[in-house]
Design a protein around this ligand. Structure first.
Ligand SMILES: Nc1ncnc2c1ncn2[C@@H]1O[C@H](COP(=O)(O)OP(=O)(O)OP(=O)(O)O)[C@@H](O)[C@H]1O
Ligand SMILES: Cc1ncsc1CCO
Ligand SMILES: [Mg+2]
Length: 277
């Protein structure tokens, strides 16, 4: 796929091509998720056509990580026991040239968590996706500054410069979710304007979309910026269509998964709103 200036229609076609490849290639994604998000994450990957495996033991990663198409690491319910396993898997992914994707949940909630995230970032993830407060905390390497646990206390627009600086310093593509999702490699910045506000009221939609990014990057690893934008926009479109049937967060969760599974070319092409900023 080519870089450069393109209109929304071309980005939407690219998003459809990415989703079609995920469906046809069904990439195997190792997920070191968290206790809250495991179910939604696995179901999101399955409904998109990917193949999730929630394996986190450092004893089995040497056998398993070399077989996967991408690795997803989420620090949501981080513990002393899980952190070494995350590092083992991340190192294996890098060694075997597999993309790995980080979700730095609540990065600034504690010194332990901030250091864990920064240590993981030094192991070279392909993509980091967080909410605005998480990305600002990582860019500043600062603990406790205006954070509220796993929820963001900033708008995504507040974090664009932090995302660019984190992308530049880490070498990763950095995505900030919110009303507008921003995706940057430190140089280019894309905006994806899909989704509905009620997605914030379902726990772990952020975790789930980060896993979806892993599946999209797995099938287009040399275009991580574009694949990340496609995943965020496609997940947002599933949320928009799901919202047409939902009565609240619980039914939106169900309809979002159904809509992701049923997305067709017409819906993706007409609804995906990605643009270069
Ligand atoms: N105001 C909004 N309008 C539209 N979509 C939104 C809005 N806020 C968030 N989203 C979408 O909801 C999803 C989750 O993003 P969010 O920023 O809430 O992640 P998060 O805080 O990491 O969530 P969690 O930690 O619960 O997994 C993303 O797909 C994002 O695009
Ligand atoms: C609520 C919660 N707490 C730790 S992880 C998680 C899921 C959303 O990130
Ligand atoms: Mg999150």
């Amino acid at each position: 796929m080519e870089d450069g200036e393109q209109g929304e229609g071309e980005w939407a076609s690219k998003a459809w091509a990415h989703l079609s490849s995920v469906r046809s290639l069904s990439p195997l994604i190792q997920c070191i998720a968290n206790f809250v998000s495991m179910d939604l994450t696995a179901n999101t990957l399955l409904s998109a056509g990917a193949s999730p495996a929630m394996l986190h033991s450092s004893t089995e990663s040497p056998d398993f990580t070399p077989q996967v198409h991408a690795l997803y690491i989420n620090v949501g319910t981080l513990s002393d026991a899980w952190l070494p396993a995350m590092k083992v898997a991340a190192k294996l992914a890098t060694k075997f040239n597999k993309p790995w994707i980080l979700d730095p949940v609540a990065a600034a909630a504690s010194r332990f968590r901030l250091k864990a995230c920064l240590d993981l970032i030094s192991l070279k993830p392909s993509v980091i996706r967080g909410n605005a407060s998480e990305i600002i905390a990582l860019a500043d390497a600062s603990f406790g500054s205006s954070t509220k646990g796993v929820d963001s206390s900033h708008d995504s627009t507040d974090a664009v410069e932090a995302a660019k600086s984190l992308a530049y310093s880490s070498g990763a593509v950095v995505a900030v979710s919110g009303a507008v999702d921003f995706i940057t490699d430190g140089n280019r910045v894309l905006g994806a304007r899909n989704g509905v506000p009620l997605m914030q009221k379902i726990t772990a939609t952020g975790c789930a979309v980060t896993a979806l990014i892993a599946a999209f990057v797995a099938i287009d690893p040399s275009h991580a910026l574009e694949a990340t934008a496609s995943a965020l926009a496609v997940f947002g479109v599933a949320g928009e269509i799901g919202m047409e049937m939902a009565r609240g967060p619980a039914s939106l969760r169900m309809h979002l998964i159904d809509s992701l599974h049923g997305l067709d070319q017409t819906a993706v092409i007409s609804r995906v709103k990605i643009s270069a900023l």
